[in-house]
Design a protein around this ligand. Structure first.
Ligand code: G
Ligand code: G
Ligand code: NA
Ligand code: MN
Length: 253
């Protein structure tokens, strides 16, 4: 309860910040997008999302927090467009509770229009576990979002216990290979099995694939040989504040 009121104040006092982690095409060496990750500046501490997102979800604070994140990511997209000519999309993690909102599509529309960016400047990352809870309620919303140009990515793919049949009935654009599978690459011969299967699945469904949590050149090498180009992880860049991203982008040119 104490954490709940502290989090409430954090939202009002603008103590929440977004960090951004680049997604790169590791074959061409190109920046292809960003994932926005929330942090809480609590005094001189930087609280990671694992320590407050669960409470935010339980209390419903996740709704205004996510609304804030959508607006903030849109604002950042506009800033990078103006300052650096960057047009890569920023992906926001959207907890499945947000699909309870009948006005979700309008909220997203408002966020991008107020920032003056195109709808395709935002992407949404959702997890399969939450999706499955109320798939039929979610499908029309996903269709409306993709119709206005907001692409949908499935986060932590392969870690849920859901059936795969939903993949063909949803308008998705991307699967993100969970970092637990990437961690095992090059460690054991079985390590590559799941990753190989996800890449094949994505390819046959016409989806792009992103490997998360890439930390070593060995993992990069195995992923490349398996046909995965787009990667995200400490090997390339950690999540950074917006101004640090600008410096990072300049060193990449
Ligand atoms: O940044 P970090 O490694 O600590 O993220 C931990 C978890 O918190 C990840 O699973 C990530 O999806 C989640 N997370 C990070 N930022 C956000 C956010 O803005 N909204 C939601 N709902 N989850 C987030
Ligand atoms: O659940 P989600 O995939 O959104 O979580 C992303 C989390 O992964 C963030 O907390 C981010 O800080 C973390 N992360 C990003 N790159 C790496 C990496 O290379 N290794 C590890 N261990 N974590 C990473
Ligand atoms: Na994510
Ligand atoms: Mn993820």
């Amino acid at each position: 309860l104490e954490l709940e009121s502290a989090l409430h104040r954090a939202l009002e006092r603008q103590e929440l910040v977004l960090y951004y982690q680049p997604k790169v095409d590791a074959v061409q060496g190109q920046l292809v997008g960003f994932e926005a990750l929330m942090r809480w500046k609590r005094g001189d501490r930087l609280v990671p999302p694992g320590d407050f997102i669960p409470v935010a979800e339980e209390t419903g604070l996740i709704l205004p927090m996510s609304e804030w994140a959508l607006a903030e990511a849109s604002r950042q997209a506009r800033l990078w467009q103006d300052r650096l000519g960057l047009n890569q999309a920023i992906a926001v993690n959207l907890p499945n509770r947000l699909f309870e909102r009948p006005d979700l599509v309008e909220k997203i529309h408002d966020a991008v229009s107020q920032a003056g960016v195109a709808h395709c400047s935002l992407k949404l990352e959702i997890t399969e576990t939450g999706l499955m809870k109320d798939l039929h309620a979610v499908i029309p919303t996903l269709h409306r979002l993709t119709a206005i140009g907001v692409e949908i990515s499935i986060d932590d793919f392969g870690t849920g216990y859901s059936s795969l049949s939903y993949l063909t009935s949803l308008p998705l654009s991307e699967l993100k290979i969970d970092r637990s599978f990437v961690r095992d690459l090059g460690v054991s011969p079985q390590g590559a099995a799941v990753v190989t299967a996800i890449i094949a699945l994505a390819r046959s469904l016409g989806l792009s694939v992103v490997a998360e949590g890439v930390e070593t050149p060995r993992q990069l090498d195995v992923l490349r040989r398996l046909g995965c180009r787009v990667m995200q992880g400490y090997l390339f860049a950690k999540p950074m504040p917006g101004d640090e991203v600008e410096r990072w982008v300049e060193t990449q040119l």
